[in-house]
Design a protein around this ligand. Structure first.
Ligand code: URP
Ligand code: ZN
Ligand code: ZN
Length: 459
């Protein structure tokens, strides 16, 4: 089937221009003016932006986290993604049994996603211990389409610095990217113990026990390790505060290359006062929400290009369920919140329409850069001939609002309840098929394809 998106304003990182887009089957075949094709379905996008399908490279579908399991499986989570304008996700796999091979979790995740995902999807490996077998296995992970691996510096399966350095060196040899969750574990554990012992167990102590400097110290350390590994490609996930961004700026000033930085919508728009609210448990995530000053610095970082990616860290639980485990003690509350459905419109409305970033920077951070860094470009992340027909049509003149009733994930809340948005999401297409229209899911369960990603040759 052929489709022409007519009269829209097409956006890429470098350009904003009036054009039609012709999709034949699953692929964009031409972009130009007055395009025609016999029998083509015509979609009028006059007065609207046409952007690439969103690429969210930090989700946790079906994540087993301690005693709790994140409540979106690959079906509900990707339906939510689709309805919010994201057509590709790359999921961070959970920790597996102690000592397990990287492929153990990869096989598990293929089972979890296959036949369920409605968007295209890939996986990041998780390095939860390091020995020669794991270092060898990284090569076959890359060959199997997983050229990125995540290292946690906190939580039960954290790596120490020596192990992290080994991973960075090996991934550099293989041309892959190492992603890091940066928090100083010793500091966080000590503070958590101190607050618990004092009886300070309400949600605000979640934020107090994970201070900015505990994150920034870990960011700076990881950047030095990447430097030691010969400027190995390093990707900082969910960077949340100004001191961490200062550490990145310092490293770049020293001439370090191959540093990629991700932040998330929650760190751009929500602040730690939320923990004082009656429903403060909803916002327990790590790192925690910070201050308005931090949010402002992150917006600046996006506008200046210091931050390359906005992803979500989508990891939803029920507020009236798992989150209540933290009612008497914040340390018992499962970490994480939903966000995959809100990301694109939140960035468009709070970023572009409030003039904090340009429409091109929005596309770059939400679509193009994540596709480039993680080896999916130009199949994903850009509108050009030869790319997949994944696109989103946004009407900037309409208004919309985030409210739980309109959300598609399995959680029972949105962290952005009542937030008014300038702009609304008209249409989402995935490989030439309509995936969602005006917030109504139109896709098919299991139609999402596993993306065998390549090593990053784009930066
Ligand atoms: O609180 C969070 N972020 N939960 C998900 C796991 C992680 O740290 O990314
Ligand atoms: Zn994390
Ligand atoms: Zn995460």
């Amino acid at each position: 089937m052929k489709t022409i998106i007519k009269n829209g304003t097409v956006v890429s990182p470098g350009e904003t221009y009036a054009a039609d887009i012709l999709i034949d089957g699953e692929t964009i075949v031409s972009i130009g003016t007055d395009l025609e094709a016999e029998g083509a379905r015509i979609i009028d996008a006059a007065g609207k932006y046409v952007i690439p399908g969103g690429v969210d490279v930090h989700t946790h579908m079906d994540l087993q986290a301690g005693a709790c399991r994140a409540v979106d499986d690959f079906y509900h989570g990707t339906v939510a993604a689709a309805c919010g304008g994201t057509t590709t996700i790359v999921d961070h796999m959970a920790f597996g049994p102690a000592g397990c091979a990287l492929h153990y979790q990869l096989n598990e995740y293929h089972h979890l996603a296959e036949g369920k995902a409605v968007t295209d999807y890939g996986f990041h490996g998780t390095a939860q211990h390091v020995d020669d077998t794991i270092l060898d296995e990284l090569e076959s992970m890359v060959q199997d389409g997983v050229p990125s691996v995540k290292v946690y510096l906190t939580y039960d399966f954290r790596l120490d610095d020596a192990a992290a350095l080994k991973i960075l060196k090996r991934m550099k040899e293989l041309g892959g990217v190492t992603a890091f969750h940066c928090e100083n574990h010793a500091v966080v554990e000590d503070y958590r113990r101190m607050y618990r012992d004092r009886g300070d167990t309400s949600p605000i102590y979640h934020a107090k026990s994970r201070p900015n400097l505990a994150e920034a110290e870990a960011v700076a350390r990881v950047l030095y390790l990447a430097r030691l590994a010969g400027d190995a490609p390093v990707y900082i996930v969910h960077l949340s505060c100004k001191e961490s961004l200062d550490a990145v700026a310092d490293a770049r000033r020293r001439g370090q290359k191959n540093i990629y930085v991700e932040t998330c919508p929650q760190y751009l728009t929500l602040t730690e006062e939320r923990y004082l609210d009656e429903d403060g448990l909803k916002y327990i995530m790590s790192p925690p929400l910070r201050t308005q000053e931090d949010c402002d610095r992150l917006w600046e970082g996006l506008a200046s290009g210091e931050i390359q990616v906005v992803a979500t860290d989508h990891c939803p639980f029920h507020y009236h369920g798992e989150k209540q485990l933290g009612r008497d003690d914040f340390t018992k509350c499962p970490n994480g919140a939903p966000g995959v459905e809100e990301r694109m419109m939140l960035l468009f409305s709070e970023g572009v329409m409030k003039k904090r970033i340009s429409i091109n920077q929005f596309v770059e951070a939400a679509c193009t850069n994540p596709a480039k860094i993680y080896g999916m470009y130009p199949q994903k992340g850009i509108l050009q001939p030869g790319s997949d027909g994944d696109l989103v049509v946004i009407d900037p003149s309409a208004e919309s609002e985030f409210t739980q009733e309109r959300m598609h994930g399995a959680s029972d809340y949105t962290a952005y309840e009542g937030m008014k948005l300038q702009g609304s999401l008209d249409l989402v297409m995935q490989r030439g098929n309509i995936l969602a229209e005006h917030g109504v899911f139109q896709g098919k369960k299991g139609a999402g394809l596993f993306l065998k990603r390549k090593v990053n040759q784009n930066f």
